[in-house]
Ligand binder design. Structure first.
Ligand code: TYD
Length: 202
């Protein structure tokens, strides 16, 4: 089973994933936790380039770097762990590309979808989308660390991404489950774990 976690900056992905990791450590269910970009050795190098605020990267090159990261990640980590019947949790995946590059960078969803199809990237069984107002998310991100190349973009960029995510949830209601991330971390975790366990047992 392949589960992805998505959302804008500061939407609470990291806290939710940390709690899921802790929870499944004590469970019999075998899991594999990963993230994009940066889930492989090559990916870690690509991630450094992509997040460095000093990097000057065109939208097209940015897209191709992210797809190189994904191709490596899918081949070396996702597919082998799916074959071992593990439950895979991935922090960001194809919906990030559709929202950030498709809408944020204006490359268009159609182009991104065509590339995703061309590379046969597996589609997640379940995607948890954490939604939070942009201002709240960016404030959380600012408190946490120095802003990276994506976080440094203006409000409009992030508003477009949030809107794109909400559209994706509407268009893929079977796969993408939307959670309001303004609720408490405890409540969010409870709702997420209930959903995940019911899907695993299906
Ligand atoms: P993330 O790991 O969420 O950053 P942090 O560790 O600071 O929470 O994500 C790194 C950045 O990569 C994030 O700003 C979104 C961007 N990204 C894309 O633009 N497109 C993609 O396809 C992916 C996977 C990530």
């Amino acid at each position: 089973m392949f589960i992805t976690i998505e959302g804008i900056e500061g939407s609470g992905k990291s806290s939710l994933i940390a709690r899921l990791k802790k929870y499944f450590k004590k469970s019999k269910i075998e899991t594999f936790f990963s993230k994009e970009p940066g889930g492989t050795d090559l990916g870690k190098e690509i991630r450094k380039i992509l997040l460095n605020p000093k990097s000057s990267i065109s939208p097209e090159s940015e897209l191709l770097l992210l797809l190189a990261d994904r191709a490596e990640h899918v081949q070396k980590k996702i597919l082998p762990n799916l074959l071992k019947n593990k439950v895979i949790f991935c922090d960001r995946y194809i919906d990030s590309t559709l929202a950030y590059q498709g809408s944020g960078r204006n490359l268009g969803k159609k182009t991104i979808k065509e590339l995703i199809n061309a590379f046969n990237f597996p589609v997640p069984d379940l995607t948890i989308l954490l939604d939070v107002p942009v201002q709240v998310g960016l404030q959380r991100a600012r408190k946490r660390n120095e802003l990276d190349r994506f976080e440094k973009e203006d409000l409009n960029f992030h508003e477009n991404i949030r809107r794109a995510y909400l559209d994706l949830a509407k268009d893929n209601s079977e796969r993408i489950v939307l959670f309001d991330s303004l609720i408490s971390e405890d409540e969010l975790f409870e709702m997420a774990i209930n959903l995940i366990e019911s899907r695993i047992s299906e």
